[in-house]
Write a protein that binds this ligand. Sequence first.
Ligand SMILES: NC(=O)c1ccc[n+]([C@@H]2O[C@H](COP(=O)([O-])OP(=O)(O)OC[C@H]3O[C@@H](n4cnc5c(N)ncnc54)[C@H](O)[C@@H]3O)[C@@H](O)[C@H]2O)c1
Length: 295
Amino acid sequence: MSMRKKEDTQNLEKMAKKTVIDRVIKKEAEKGRLFGKTAFITGAGAGIGRAIAIRFANEGAKVCLTYNTNRDGGEQTVREIEKLGGTALAVQLDVRDVDWIHRVFEETEANLGNIDILVNNAGTYSLTLVKNMTEEQLQEMFRVHVDGTIYCSRAAIKSMREGGRIINMASITAFSGDIAMSHYSAAKAAIIGFTKSLALEVARHGITVNAIAPGIIETAMSKMMNEVAPDFTKNIPIPRLGTPEEVAHVVSFLASQEASYITGAVFTIDGGLSLYTPMNQTLYKLFLEAELSQK
Ligand SMILES: NC(=O)c1ccc[n+]([C@@H]2O[C@H](COP(=O)([O-])OP(=O)(O)OC[C@H]3O[C@@H](n4cnc5c(N)ncnc54)[C@H](O)[C@@H]3O)[C@@H](O)[C@H]2O)c1
């Protein structure tokens, strides 16, 4: 065979292979971009975790959602997912307890197969100034957010294969700080440090680790903000609270194949809140409000 003919044959073979791969990708996408994946989401009986569980199921994933005390919430989320034709399992888990984490991971693997996606969502908050903070308050914050995230990640990477995804729940308070929530801000900042470090450790195994940093999202946790400062949304460039579903969109992208080259990143989801410094608020008033009032 001449060189030219050989090249033409090789090109045709390459094109045929690409067409087959494109067809497979399209077919998989029709089933959902997380089709065939098993996801594990902590603290998913309500709020953001629940929205992520439903979104993942809609994208074709089998979901193990854990609840801490909210059994009704966990079971209701499972029923909702089953109504959508999905597969889900609700299991009780206190992320402060390492042995419990291992038992639940084993149970999940036995029922749903190896874990492909872990979302460390469980979280708690309390309000206290540093001068009044008790050791219990500080320890609780770190046990739930930091220990929980690290121990669940350790259990998950043992189960994960190439293509594994870990998504950790930080907060914009990790960057901005928050009065009366220094222990919460510190724990969330620790989660970001852990995210970047683990991303480095597992990159060569094809596993990505990212974090998201929400602003104020409409859940039980942000209710307090609404109560103490009802017109707070005026201070958000997109002047409303975020929804759990808006957070779930980003998490589902990070969990997908489409995010395969993103690792160690932190995604802010805050309607621009963290950009709204006093300087920008003043400039907003000077320029944009004046412009709006002329219309
Ligand atoms: N709502 C917001 O404005 C906001 C902003 C930034 C970050 N976050 C973070 O998002 C995550 C979800 O919060 P949410 O707003 O949906 O509130 P939420 O209170 O509805 O959810 C938190 C979940 O964590 C669970 N949890 C608490 N302690 C636990 C423990 N020891 N073991 C296992 N689970 C436990 C709770 O049962 C609950 O289901 C949290 O990590 C939170 O810090 C929330």
